[in-house]
Design a protein around this ligand. Structure first.
Ligand code: GLU
Length: 477
């Protein structure tokens, strides 16, 4: 059989089970899958594996859509839901029973338990002993009355399954290690591995990209695919992500859900960039545009060993993005963060202008929103330490005088404000800091802000004058 990629356009898929939010490991798998398809002008599909009715929830489906949407990893078709495909699974099972690649097994739970106990007593590996497996010339047991049989796949007894994994290399499984897998339960519902196989087949998947916790499912799935006469896909099993300490990634290493990264102030593009480098490398390049990721991503340079999550580096990447991308691309996220802290972005300067002034000193959008709040909403007091240091009778006189001069400015531009404030400080024989810091505390509420001319410009004439007056009054109290 030919490797699928040689004869068909690439089709990849991401197949999450909706049992929780989209975590960063899943997001990285989706990203690798998406990038590989895009690099080869192929298609990337989303499939929701929701057959586990007890653990799957609508909220989780929504959370997965939301996470993928935020990251910008769109499926090329409407997402496929396994729960909507039961008729198809049933039909394939019927066909397999007819073809003799699957068979009914009437073993009761008690029988299977006894089988297991005997095998263990003989120090054998517990496995289904094939008692209902039809073979030519073999007499099958009498069918017990009133038992709804399960359907088992007739796994080859000899030979091996070889996977040339695109990441892990050659992996070999002996068929004798594989049981005759149950593909439908007594109530007729199909089981997990079987659904995956039928879906990958029907969806024309050429490359299965998934977490390496699924490696052991792969030989079973391959055998079923072969029995169906399907073209085999290639497999790329992605190693897991560990915390910085080498332990399994968990809450204690930071956030796990993709949307938590949004809340922490990451740009989606930056998070994608961080995730693509988690296991994949391209020389020593760290920063990639989306287009570059799409043209450069390959499995040859995905590491077979687990990657370690490094929060500091993730922040570094985020800061690089904030500093360098077109502010227009940051506006939507910045807007979201401002609203989140109760700020109405309409009540202030253009967000692009704010981003340009703030991005050098903010590595997260949470920080940027907090530090920019003063431009959109009334101050909720002065930072105590800063006020104690920079507000006094002298500075109040200065602020009052400066206020009068600024009020008389014919135009409210950053250059005009620059000249005015510098000229004022010079006229008083003071260094700029002596006047800039009290101004900052007066208009920002604390002694940190972008350059003072930019700060006043962004804040606008009315707010600046009102806040200077309020500071003078505050000191005079
Ligand atoms: N539904 C599986 C999971 O969420 C993925 C199965 C697959 O990709 O084949 O881990």
């Amino acid at each position: 059989m030919f490797a699928a990629s040689k004869i068909m356009p690439v089709v990849t898929r991401f197949a999450p089970s909706p049992t929780g939010y989209l975590h960063i490991g899943g997001a990285r798998t989706a990203l690798f899958s998406y990038l590989y398809a895009k690099r080869h002008n192929g298609k990337y599909l989303l499939r929701i594996e929701d057959t586990d009715l007890e653990r799957s929830t609508d909220a989780a489906v929504k959370a997965i859509f939301e996470g993928l949407d935020w990251l910008g990893i769109p499926s090329d078709i409407e997402p496929v839901f396994q729960t909507q495909r039961f008729d198809r699974y049933k039909a394939v099972i019927e066909q397999m029973l007819e073809d003799g690649t699957a068979y009914h097994c009437y073993c009761s739970r008690e029988e299977l338990d006894a089988m297991r106990a005997e095998q263990q007593a003989r120090k054998e590996k517990p496995r289904y002993d094939g008692r209902w497996r039809p073979e030519s010339g073999k007499l099958l047991p009498e069918r017990p009355a009133g038992v709804a049989p399960v359907v088992r796949f007739k796994n080859p007894l000899q030979g091996e399954v070889v996977i040339n994994d695109l990441i892990k290399g050659r992996i070999v499984f002996a068929n004798e290690e594989l049981d005759d897998l149950i593909i439908a339960r007594g109530d007729g519902t199909p089981t997990y591995n079987f659904c995956v196989v039928v879906d990958d087949w029907d969806m024309g998947v050429t490359h299965v990209v998934r977490g390496d916790d699924h490696v052991n499912n792969t030989p079973r799935q391959i055998n079923i695919l072969k029995a169906l006469g399907a073209t085999l896909p290639e497999y790329a099993h992605v190693s897991m992500i560990l915390g910085g300490d080498g332990q399994k990634l968990s809450k204690r290493h930071g956030a796990l859900g993709v949307m938590e990264y949004r809340a922490m102030g990451f740009l989606p593009e930056a998070l994608l960039n961080y995730l693509v480098r988690l296991g994949w490398s391209h020389g020593d390049q760290e920063l990639f545009t989306r287009e570059e990721m799409m043209t450069k991503f390959d499995f040859d340079h995905v590491s077979a060993s687990p990657a370690r999550f490094d929060m500091e580096k993730a922040w570094w990447v985020n800061h690089q993005y904030l500093k360098s991308v077109d502010p227009l691309l940051v506006v939507a996220e910045f807007d979201w963060h401002l609203r989140r802290i109760g700020v109405e972005p309409e009540n202030g300067p253009a967000l692009t202008a704010v981003i340009e002034q703030q991005r050098e000193r903010c590595r997260s959008l949470v920080e940027m929103a907090e530090k920019s709040k003063f431009l959109f909403a009334d101050l909720d007091g002065y930072n105590e330490k800063d006020a104690a240091k920079h507000f006094n009778a002298d500075s109040a006189v200065l602020l009052n005088e400066l206020r009068a001069q600024l009020e008389a400015l014919p135009e409210w531009t950053a250059p005009a404000l620059h000249v005015a404030v510098n000229g004022f400080a010079e006229g008083k024989g003071l260094g700029l800091g002596k006047i800039a810091q009290p101004i900052r505390v007066a208009v920002v509420g604390m002694a940190i802000s972008p350059p003072i001319d930019q700060t006043l410009f962004l804040l606008g004439r009315n707010r600046t004058l009102a806040r200077l007056a309020a500071a003078v009054a505050f000191v005079g109290q």
